[in-house]
Design a protein around this ligand. Structure first.
Ligand code: SF4
Ligand code: SF4
Length: 110
């Protein structure tokens, strides 16, 4: 799944330069994520970098973009033109998105 930024964003500018896919941009009022470019950092890092640095934990899973780990690996390849056997293997192993999901869920309003 791609991630999204909620209206809790304080426009602190911290996440945008951290995105390896240049998926984060300044929208009309707050920063936004282009879901077609967000791989949850799969292929680049073990955890979503924007979630790691956001001071207000306003980056959640985008429910409109349901994607499996295989889908995210395929998106990574499409975006970068790279084929990494280790990344491909990880698609069958540990779910790198679990951390982001858990953090996102913990940040969700009750
Ligand atoms: S999860 Fe990674 S790829 Fe997606 S917007 Fe955040 S930093 Fe960019
Ligand atoms: S790090 Fe969080 S608060 Fe800062 S601009 Fe990004 S989404 Fe907004």
């Amino acid at each position: 799944m791609a991630l999204l930024i909620t209206d809790q964003c304080i426009n602190c500018d911290v996440c945008e330069p951290e995105c390896p896919n240049e998926a984060i941009y300044m929208g009309t009022e707050i920063y936004e994520i282009e879901p077609g470019k967000c791989t949850e950092c799969v292929g680049h890092f073990d955890t979503p970098q924007c979630v790691e640095v956001c001071p207000v934990e306003c980056i959640l899973v985008n429910p409109e973009w349901q994607e499996s780990k295989d889908d995210l690996v395929a998106k990574y390849r499409q975006l970068t033109g790279k084929f990494d056997a280790a990344i491909a293997a990880s698609a069958d192993g540990a779910d790198l998105a679990v951390g982001a999901q858990a953090k996102a869920n913990s940040a969700s309003p009750a």
